[in-house]
Ligand binder design. Structure first.
Ligand code: NAI
Ligand code: MG
Length: 498
């Protein structure tokens, strides 16, 4: 198969990354970290360092927050909604123009297959911008008729919440960064963005496109750096009005604790342990590949990964054999090899973590029916893995693994409430998937599931129009849709006695 990108583009990019560390983007300028430090960026397909990024810390975050505040009260406050919409659309155009470069960067940095980087990353990001550009001109308050004695004119205003600190993870670095910036800017906020230390490069490039698109200085600031320094400084900063975080539930809880200084608003998109339920009457030709790719896609490094598979006993053997067959057949390799279907895990740390879970599952009595091992050689590759004989109470059934490891369980003709209770037996509640042709079963179950998302007979992944977020410990608030943009606003009630 031919590579879906130009080999020379990849060589140029590698040479560029080898030549100098990427900069921070603060107040419209590209600058090194105040400390002068940078950190190493690894290619997870080889484990080799191929780039360096500026190691921003509290001093850089402080400069970025001050720039964001000046922009919020200055140039950005003077733009009207139509101008903001136009800037968002222009940024979308630039992202599409440079799609190959962005996807190559993402694939090098995160390890994901190039086509996934292009579709989920580049196309996903430009769609986020175009969708939210539409909201810029449609955010509105309400007029309200109060019941108090007298004659009134009462209304609400939707105002920008202010300076937003956006902290994103490494699993879909580019689209996650853009998905935070787009609604915040549409709502009139300004942003300090911190990408994950494992994958800083596509966000660093986003700064160049933001400058080119013509956003006023300081509207978006991008500070690469560590979570414990740069990330913590955002959460701690009295000048940040809201933190929007995507990442682990443990860091999410830490952010809640550490944000009390100014009681900044916090929204959290955290982990999951999402159930997939396949009933006996399901369209198995669709359900089986969807169940496999729901856990092996992006090597399982997906917050909404379908990591617990419940299969009706009548079709159990057929489904499990189908998923096992796909697991064995998947082409695992570097994201930039044209036939790769699943890339490496992002880091040595994640590899150790995922293999540790497989070992713990085996120790607790699960059967490693397919995979379960590291793929020897360079890079952080692990085999697509199917655990059967798993049961409630096992760590592999309860905890987020964030790797290509599926736990399979069986159900019979129990009451719908019993099936729902098994699906709900997790501290998480992000996503869920149901496969059945019986509309009553599907909709009854959809009502009973404690999850922010329910996909019946398939799902289109993340759509900027569909609210995304978690029940229980999967998070606070919703991203995407109207709720997603309103999350970057404050409501002001204005009462006029006539
Ligand atoms: P993490 O939650 O530590 O990293 C996410 C982001 O938070 C990064 O930008 C990081 O720099 C930042 N961060 C870390 N500590 C911080 C702090 N004290 N204050 C402010 N920001 C901080 O995730 P990590 O450690 O990379 O991955 C560990 C596990 O977390 C994974 O195995 C997976 O289970 C889960 N995870 C879930 C994600 C999701 O989308 N739900 C995404 C990434 C990780
Ligand atoms: Mg961490």
């Amino acid at each position: 198969m031919n590579a879906p990108f130009a080999a020379t583009a990849l060589e140029q990019l590698r040479a560029e990354y080898a030549s100098a560390p990427t900069d921070l983007f603060i107040d419209g300028k590209f600058v090194p970290a105040a400390s002068g430090k940078s950190f190493e960026v690894e290619d997870p397909a080889t484990g080799q360092v191929f780039a360096h990024a500026a190691a921003g810390d509290a001093a850089d975050i402080d400069a970025a927050v001050k720039a964001a505040r000046r922009a919020l009260e200055g140039a950005w406050a003077k733009t009207n909604p139509a101008q903001r919409a136009r800037l968002l659309t222009r940024l979308a155009d630039l992202i599409e123009r440079d799609g190959e470069r962005i996807a190559l960067t993402e694939s090098l940095d995160n390890g994901m297959p190039f086509m996934m980087a292009k579709f989920a990353g580049v196309f996903g990001a430009s769609e986020q911008l175009r969708y939210n550009a539409g909201w810029a001109t449609k955010i509105a308050g309400e007029t309200i008729e109060p019941s108090s004695p007298g004659e009134w004119h009462c209304f609400t205003l939707r105002e920008p919440v202010g300076v937003v600190g956006a902290i994103v993870p490494w699993n879909f670095p580019f689209v996650m960064a853009v998905a935070k910036i787009a609604p915040a800017l549409a709502a009139g906020c300004t942003v300090v963005l911190k990408p994950a230390e494992q994958t800083p490069l596509s966000a660093a490039y986003l700064g160049k496109l933001i400058a080119e698109a013509g956003f006023p200085e300081g509207v978006v600031n991008i500070v690469t750096g560590m979570g414990e320094t740069a990330g913590a400084a955002i959460v701690d900063h009295m000048g940040v009005d809201k933190v929007s975080f995507t990442g682990s539930t443990s860091v999410g809880k830490l952010i809640v604790k550490n944000s009390t200084g100014n009681l900044k608003r916090v929204s959290l998109e955290l982990g999951g342990k999402s159930p997939v339920m396949i009933f006996a009457d399901a369209d198995l030709a669709k359900a089986i590949p969807a169940a496999a790719m729901g856990i092996f896609g992006n090597a399982g490094q997906v917050c909404a990964a379908g990591s617990r598979l419940f299969v009706h006993e009548k079709v159990y053997d057929q489904v499990v054999e189908g998923v096992q067959g796909m697991a064995k057949a998947l082409k695992v390799g570097p994201g930039l090899s044209p036939d790769t279907q699943m890339g490496p895990l992002v880091s040595a740390e994640q590899l150790t973590r995922v293999l540790g879970y497989v070992e713990s599952g085996a120790g607790e009595g699960a059967t490693v029916s397919v995979g379960g091992s590291r793929i020897e050689g360079e890079g952080y590759f692990v085999q697509p893995t199917v655990l059967t004989g798993t049961a409630a109470g096992m760590k592999v059934v309860e905890e987020e693994i964030f790797g290509p490891v599926l736990s399979v369980m069986k159900f019979g003709d129990e009451e719908i409430d019993v099936i729902a209770a098994r699906a709900n037996a997790t501290e998480y509640g992000l996503s869920s998937r149901i496969w059945t042709r019986d509309i009553s079963t599907a909709l009854k179950l959809a009502k009973r599931l404690k999850a922010g998302g329910v996909m019946i007979n398939g799902g289109a992944g993340v759509d900027p129009a569909m609210p995304l977020g978690g029940y229980k410990q999967s998070g606070w608030g919703r991203e995407n849709g109207k709720a997603g943009v309103e999350a970057y606003t404050e409501i002001k009630s204005v009462t006029v006695a006539l």
